[in-house]
Design a protein around this ligand. Structure first.
Ligand SMILES: [Zn+2]
Ligand SMILES: [Zn+2]
Length: 133
């Protein structure tokens, strides 16, 4: 059992059960719907996900996909696709209160990865920000 929620706190949820899969997705749809180069998703049986506070709004995506988000702050929370993934739900890992407790196992949809992501680990990195002159 783990809890999570959206950025503004209107939506809270719980997950339970063993993840069926846990992947970082690089597809173009995830990029466009989140504004991020990749999204980590924990796949669970649908009854392993329950909204405990507030309500999710849905936007219909490609091929029967339903992307669910907080209507107040826009945080993407869940993905359901009754045709492609019947009985399952994907939950955005980074919305968990303790995402560090769930490590993803694979990268998927690399065919649509933004090319510069591949070398991003080679850039200079800073614990916070680069030093100011
Ligand atoms: Zn919210
Ligand atoms: Zn994706």
């Amino acid at each position: 059992m783990a809890e999570g929620g959206c950025y503004c706190g209107s939506v809270r949820y719980e997950i339970s059960g063993e993840p069926i899969n846990h992947a970082i997705c690089y597809c173009r749809d995830c990029q466009r719907s989140t504004g991020a180069p990749s999204v980590a998703w924990i796949m669970l049986a649908q009854d392993g996900f329950s909204v405990t506070k507030g309500e999710l709004k849905s936007v219909h995506g490609k091929a029967g996909a339903q992307r669910q988000f907080c209507a107040d702050c826009g945080t993407g929370i869940a993905y359901i696709n009754a045709e492609m993934l019947p009985g399952m739900v994907d939950v955005q890992t980074a919305t968990l209160d303790a995402p560090e407790e769930y490590a993803p196992q694979m990268s998927i949809q690399l065919a649509e990865q933004i090319p510069w992501v591949k070398d991003a680990h080679k850039m200079p990195g800073f614990e916070r920000f680069p030093p100011m002159e």
